[in-house]
Design a protein around this ligand. Structure first.
Ligand code: HOZ
Length: 428
């Protein structure tokens, strides 16, 4: 058993002053039992806790660390930027470079606005969709998580689902009365919604690859269907690419699946580990934002030079595509290895994988939506999680989160992880 004394003592202190001892619920390990470790350092693919235990990290700060932790290009960029001033509150040249990089990488974008988190991005995107269309209703999917936006915190994934609270107290019914929640990967329910409310639906927001109830993929033709039906009904298609943007390729899931949404939301990777969000789309829609248009959106720290410099350093490192080739290869290797470990151990799993993202459900039946994901044996997952942690592998402490590989992982990390999985699964 590894020693966790220092983490434990920090957690006891944290519990006195921080609700649940954490600043974001899923970190509390409630879904898997036990208490969280406290990280003091992270470099490359490794994270160290306060007791100096080290782990191969597949959380990657929940997605941003695509180059691994503390890549030199990011550390240098942030240091340089800090010396020139940590915040200006007036336009700075880094914002222009960031916008250029994002718009050039994602074909559906003509303009982009930076904000400070994925939550801000989705909140602003749906406000913009409503302002542009002069309609109120938004369709979202069960198990999709778009940050903790009031009107989208209905049957939400991530920490909300992890804690069995997909709907939040404190959100009045009136705030969600214009939200239509439907199961993912089901065309019929979408058709019925449009039959009933066509002229009222401002847009559909979705994670094109839902990664907040574990990870499942759109079935063939589904994203095309959503594109088609929104176009026919003058509704907007909003891709929440906070997780998949710049992760599944330079042009995200939309590039990978060949879909052109009207609006897209970003976060995580584009911030290089600093707090960033962004949303963008066609010029005629984006120009509805203040100060050009009547949809208000703002932020004291939006376009912050530290965050811009970190994000720019990451995006520039991704431009030649080499990182993505490596991630595809490692992603396939890890998934094949874990699947094989499960087979050898006689454990039924659904190993879901796309590029550097993956999730292992402990169920025999295919997972295509939140209901399927809920069938996973979460007790088994908790045992698997703790077994892996003891073996020096840190997975997300919830069945309903995806795992991430970074460019700093190598074959040796994958081999160690697969050996650990085999050992742990044999004991399940
Ligand atoms: N919403 C994040 C994962 N999908 C969790 C963020 C965190 O707890 O840091």
């Amino acid at each position: 058993m590894r020693s966790c004394q220092k983490s434990q003592s920090l957690f006891n202190q944290a519990l006195k002053w921080i609700p649940g001892g954490v600043n974001s619920p899923v970190r509390a390990f409630r879904a898997v039992g036990g208490d969280p470790f406290f990280a003091v350092r992270a470099n490359g693919a490794t994270i160290w806790d306060a007791d100096n235990n080290e782990y191969i990290d597949y959380v990657g700060t929940w997605g941003p660390a695509i180059l691994g932790h503390a890549p030199q290009v990011v550390v240098d960029a942030v240091k340089n930027a800090a010396e020139a001033g940590t915040s200006f509150g007036i336009p700075n040249p880094l914002e222009v470079r960031m916008a250029e990089l994002v718009v050039n990488a994602v074909p559906s974008l003509e303009k982009v606005r930076m904000c400070n988190s994925g939550t801000e991005a989705t909140m602003s995107a749906i406000r913009l969709a409503r302002g542009f269309t002069s309609r109120k209703k938004i369709i979202k999917f069960e198990g999709c998580y778009h940050g903790h936006v009031d009107s989208l915190l209905v049957k939400a994934g991530s920490g909300a689902l992890t804690l069995g609270q997909p709907d939040s107290a404190g959100v009045p019914d009136e705030f969600t009365s214009q939200t239509i929640v439907l199961p993912f990967n089901d065309e019929e329910v979408i058709r019925s919604a449009f039959d009933k409310y066509a002229s009222e639906i401002a847009g559909i927001i979705l994670e094109p690859v839902p990664a907040n109830a574990g990870l499942y993929l759109p079935v063939d033709g589904y994203l095309e269907f959503l594109r088609d039906i929104t176009l026919k009904n003058d509704s907007l298609l909003i891709f929440d690419e906070v997780m998949t943007g710049f992760r599944l390729g330079l042009s995200g899931a939309q590039g990978r699946f060949g879909i052109v949404p009207d609006l897209s939301c970003f976060g995580k990777v584009i911030g290089g580990g600093l707090p960033v969000g962004a949303f963008g789309g066609r010029r005629e829609i984006m120009d509805c934002l203040a100060p050009d248009g009547s949809v208000y959106q703002a932020g004291t720290l939006s376009g912050n030079p530290l965050a811009m410099s970190a994000g720019i350093a990451v995006l520039e490192s991704l431009l030649d595509g080499e990182v993505y080739s490596k991630l595809e290869e490692l992603g396939q290797e890890l998934s094949a290895g874990i699947l094989n470990a499960a087979k050898l151990s006689g454990v039924s799993v659904q190993l879901q994988n796309i590029g550097s993202m993956s999730c292992c459900y402990f169920t025999e039946s295919p997972v295509r939506n939140m209901n399927d994901a809920m069938k996973s044996d979460r007790e088994k997952f908790a045992k698997y999680f703790h077994g892996m942690l003891e073996s020096g592998v840190y997975l997300a402490p919830s069945q309903f989160e995806a795992g991430f590989i970074s460019a700093a992982h190598n074959k040796e990390d994958i081999d160690k992880t697969v050996s650990a999985a085999l050992k742990v699964m044999k004991q399940l």
